[in-house]
Design a protein around this ligand. Structure first.
Ligand SMILES: O=C(O)[C@H](O)COP(=O)(O)O
Length: 345
């Protein structure tokens, strides 16, 4: 189902709190991500999410440790009255979700999961086309999975972005990786967008189906059984992850690492996978486990949300770089696009 049809199909949904009790693990990993990302994310607080006894979400903002010389880009700086507002929910920010373009195993109809295969030529074209569609929407930080097909999609899409900033994958797999990949020019940093690769955003692990042909698998185990493995909520494939298990890592990561960025006014793009994104959309749109199993995401179709006062508002899939439905809805996006138009007049 194309993303446009998807957005009409969903309609209004009941809110379900069963998604709100994801436990936040990976604290150590999160701290490393925060430390590495601070070099690029200048002028904004990073925050750590905690949940108090009554289940309320607290969001304490840790002032950025970025070097005082790092300048905030006027075009991208969050529309905040003053720095102290960064922990208020008055900020608006754009969130772009994109499932990677077609991969070489999608092309061969093989179960892929966490096997790290590249894009097909069609997938490369899809990623570039997606970039054209979001080329006037602000992006301050990019999150991808640890898999090359999602990273290729993000990098190819950003080649089309009108702002012309360079996405740079941050390396924090070791202290050496972090120190050897540092950028020492503030001007160059201003012209860069940090890309954080996180395994928590990987495709669901398809276990013993990985590498099998989907059609042959249906012939061997029966269509119903394969459909249940592919599209049930809590039934995993043999030695693999269910969607629920995938959600527990991807949504926890979204809430711990990505939502605080949006709350501080940063515009975010996430390039990930069919199932890790389905689980994040389940959280954003408060879908039930029954509703999410009928959700399908096409490869390489960007989906836009506006994060405003702590809420996620679904805005559909931008068809072109200057679609009124995107810019008329948000003054901040319209202003950003106007600045780009002025830059390139
Ligand atoms: O991992 C895969 O095989 C695909 O990316 C997603 O597969 P699915 O649509 O069968 O979940």
């Amino acid at each position: 189902m194309a993303a446009e049809v998807y957005y009409q199909a969903i309609g209004t949904l009941q809110s379900h709190s069963h998604l709100n009790n994801f436990n936040h693990h990976q604290k150590h990993q999160n701290t490393i991500v925060r430390l590495v990302a601070r070099d690029f994310i200048s002028g904004n607080g990073l925050s750590r999410r905690s949940t108090n006894r009554s289940g309320q979400r607290n969001c304490t903002v840790i002032r950025s440790l970025a070097s005082p010389t790092s300048v905030v880009d006027p075009v991208l700086s969050p529309s905040r009255s003053n720095a102290g507002d960064s922990n208020k929910k008055s900020n608006e920010a754009a969130l772009i979700l994109i499932r990677h373009g077609e991969s070489l195993w999608n092309e061969k109809n093989l179960f892929t999961g966490c096997v790290d295969v590249p894009l097909s030529k069609k997938g490369i074209d899809e990623a570039i086309e997606a970039g054209k569609r979001i080329s006037s929407i602000p992006v301050d930080v990019i999150f991808t999975s640890a898999l090359i097909r999602a990273q290729m999609t993000a990098m190819l899409a950003m080649t089309q972005h009108r702002r012309g900033k360079v996405p740079i994958i941050l390396h924090n797999e070791s202290e050496r990786a972090r120190s050897w990949s540092q950028v020492f020019s503030e001007d160059t940093k201003k012209q860069s967008i940090p890309v954080i690769a996180a395994w928590q955003l990987n495709e669901r692990m398809y276990g013993e189906l990985q590498g099998l042909n989907k059609k042959e698998t249906a012939n061997r185990y029966g269509k119903e059984q394969v459909h249940e493995w592919r599209r049930s909520y809590d039934i995993p494939p043999p030695n693999g992850e269910s969607l629920e298990m995938c959600a527990q890592r991807s949504v926890a990561y979204f809430r711990d690492q990505i939502e605080p960025q949006l709350l501080s006014g940063k515009n975010v793009m996430i390039s990930a996978h069919g199932n890790s994104l389905r689980s994040i959309i389940m959280y954003l749109d408060k879908l039930t486990s029954q509703e999410v199993i009928s959700l399908e995401l096409s490869t390489g179709i960007p989906m836009l949300y506006i994060f405003k006062e702590g809420r996620f508002i679904r805005r559909g899939s931008p068809i072109g770089p200057s679609e009124a439905g995107v810019y008329s809805y948000s003054r901040r996006l319209a202003l950003y696009k106007q600045k780009l138009d002025n830059m390139f007049q």
